[in-house]
Design a protein around this ligand. Structure first.
Ligand code: FES
Ligand code: MG
Length: 605
């Protein structure tokens, strides 16, 4: 794969394309002195020359787990089983760290680190003697970061999920990661529980190693990695502590060695058809509003055109089948027992909604992998003809405030429908008064101030929270109403913003608005007291201002030097801000998109 096609390896009749990439380091006939130099240092921890020159594939284990990333930390244990699988199939494992990304631990937001981890991993996979790689995925951004790097480099790659935590329980009820936090915050705000009770309730949702057990961004992205064909069938949903997870590690390790021998690369798996499958699966599972951002980024690094409108066109009319929090009631262990991702895909296949010939990492098509899989518990995964909700996908909205934003319709509550929609059976229009916040700090400082006098038909607006304004884009658009409204039974106000929201939130916010205020978006022009009209049926969100008024406000903002946001606090914040794109196109490092399939262009002998 490194040599020109049609040539043969020196001294053999073996076609050059069968030569392993790592041979250019460890067995380079053109540069024996360099071979010696490379090989001596990889031997100093015990690998032998005979192993390194044995034509065994060198398999990287891209390790995302560490003490800093508790969601993925169990990969440190699972890596042992990966190694055994790799060795059994004749490969040599070389494990190395990926820049840590812990969704709940990183300030100001883990959103900053997806592209940083991507950059680092891309550099490692390109510049070291690695023939294939196991991507240890899990916590929200670790999955897209790893897949994006594998896409850019395009060496044989297989994703391996760490798996969700066991179900959380409190007083006989399931408590789900993240989702319980939004509920507990309300209870704390209204004095239903105290601080100690708050911490106890939230901690109950995290009973074991693994990632969020709700259908948050982690379960979503791990499920989509499987739907894209990048994990072994059934691999995504296995809870982290289950023995099946260890077994899956072993099979994943074996399989990546075979993939190197078959030269099966990410570009042959993550095709347009695979993305279309993933978008439909996302609706059926009730997936996170972060999925369109991460899939857009991945598609761009593969050179696949996947405009944001695709999500509504392909995903809107798909029903919600998976009954997991926040859209439903169950958690990760239940999802696994009910059949996981293959059972969802087989349901979509019965309606012709899956491109069945999409290739997957096991060398078979997704259709062959899933065709005969049955649902094991129809309460947790509903059959297609008995869904939790019909038409459960994302609406893609536009208007005079932004080019695009999305709304997750599967989490619109009956209460929200009653209050905002004149015909709750339908997605129609409503109007409200804007209450505007500049960043999450401003929101927290003022939301409970009685002077704001928020009404139950108002629209909360969050700006300054996009990839540039709050570097990385904060998960803050789902804003709880002020306490005085919660006490009256108002649990969700309409929210609009240029930031993201946690996949564990059940808020039907209008979010990921692009371009953000900090990038010249018209969200910067709206003021508290303006009327906003949201027409879900027509897919529009507009400030009810005349064109003259909008132009006058724009001129005044430009004269003042544009929308202002806090200065960068770290070098990476500044670097990323200078090259990052908007959420609707994946918030990628724009100059990185030009570098595609770079292992194939390496030009080493
Ligand atoms: Fe890591 Fe949810 S915080 S998976
Ligand atoms: Mg998150």
């Amino acid at each position: 794969q490194d040599s020109k096609p049609g040539t043969t390896l020196p001294g053999t009749n073996q076609p050059a394309k069968a030569r392993l990439r790592s041979r250019a380091w460890f067995d380079n006939p053109h540069s024996p002195d360099m071979t010696a130099l490379y090989i001596e240092r990889y031997m100093n921890f015990g690998l032998s020359i005979s192993e390194l020159q044995s034509d065994r594939p060198i398999i990287g284990i891209a390790q995302t787990g560490s003490d800093l990333s508790p969601c993925n930390r169990h990969h440190l244990v699972l890596a042992e089983r990966l190694r055994e699988g790799i060795r059994e199939a004749g490969g040599i494992a070389i494990e190395f760290p990926v820049h840590p990304i812990q969704e709940t631990g990183k300030r100001p937001t883990a959103g900053l680190d997806r592209n940083l981890a991507y950059l680092g991993l891309t550099e490692v996979l390109y510049g070291y003697p690695i023939d294939g790689v196991v991507l240890t995925i899990g916590c929200d951004k670790t999955t897209p970061a790893c897949l994006m790097a594998a896409a850019t480099v395009n060496i044989p790659s297989i994703a391996f999920s760490v798996g969700p935590m066991l179900n959380g329980w409190f007083r006989g009820q399931r408590t789900g990661s993240g989702t319980i936090v939004w509920r507990a915050r309300e209870m704390l705000a209204t004095g239903e529980i105290d601080e100690a009770g708050f911490i106890k309730l939230v901690a109950s949702s995290a009973p074991s190693t693994g990632y969020c057990n709700t259908m948050g961004t982690a379960t979503t992205m791990n499920s989509l990695a499987e739907a894209l064909g990048m994990q072994l069938p059934g691999a995504a949903a296995i809870p982290a502590p289950y023995r099946d997870r260890q077994e899956c590690a072993f099979h994943t390790g074996r399989r990546i060695v075979e993939m190197v021998r078959e030269d099966l690369k990410p570009s042959q798996i993550m095709t347009r058809a695979a993305f279309e499958n993933a978008i439909r699966v996302n609706t059926a599972i009730g997936g996170s509003t972060n999925a369109p951002i991460h899939l857009a980024a991945l598609a761009r690094h593969l050179g696949i055109d996947l405009p944001i409108e695709t999500w509504q066109r392909l995903g809107m009319d798909i029903p919600l089948l998976v009954n997991l929090q926040p859209a439903g009631e169950y958690l990760g262990e239940d999802f696994y027992r009910a059949g996981g991702v293959p059972a969802v895909i087989s349901q979509l296949m019965t309606q012709g909604l899956i491109a069945e010939d999409a290739m997957t990492v096991n060398g078979r098509t997704i259709g062959d992998n899933c065709r005969t899989v049955r649902i094991e518990d129809e309460e947790v995964i509903r059959p297609f003809d008995r869904p939790l909700r019909t038409r459960a996908g994302f609406l893609v909205l536009t208007g005079n405030m932004f080019r695009s934003a999305i709304m997750k319709t599967s989490v619109i509550s009956p209460e929200f429908r009653e209050r905002y929609l004149s015909n709750p059976a339908d997605l129609d229009a409503f109007e409200g008064r804007a209450i505007v916040f500049d960043g999450p700090e401003d929101y927290h400082a003022r939301i409970d101030d009685p002077a704001l006098d928020v009404g139950d038909h108002d629209v909360l607006v969050m700006r300054g929270a996009g990839p540039i304004g709050y570097p990385g884009a904060a998960e803050v658009v789902n804003m709880r109403p002020p306490v005085y409204l919660i006490e009256k039974g108002v649990h969700a106000l309409a929210c609009i913003g240029d930031g993201r929201q946690s996949g564990t939130s059940g808020s039907p916010s209008i979010l990921n608005a692009s371009p953000e205020a900090a990038a010249g978006g018209a969200l910067a022009l709206v003021r508290t007291g303006d009327r906003i009209r949201v027409d879900l049926g027509k897919g529009r969100v507009d400030m009810l201002l005349t064109d003259e008024e909008i132009s006058a406000r724009r001129a005044a903002l430009d004269a003042a030097g544009g929308y202002s946001y806090p200065a960068s606090q770290t070098p990476w914040q500044e670097l990323q801000r200078s090259v990052v794109g908007q959420l609707d196109t994946g918030a990628v490092l724009e100059p990185a998109v030009a570098y595609q399939r770079i292992a194939q262009t390496m030009g080493i002998p």
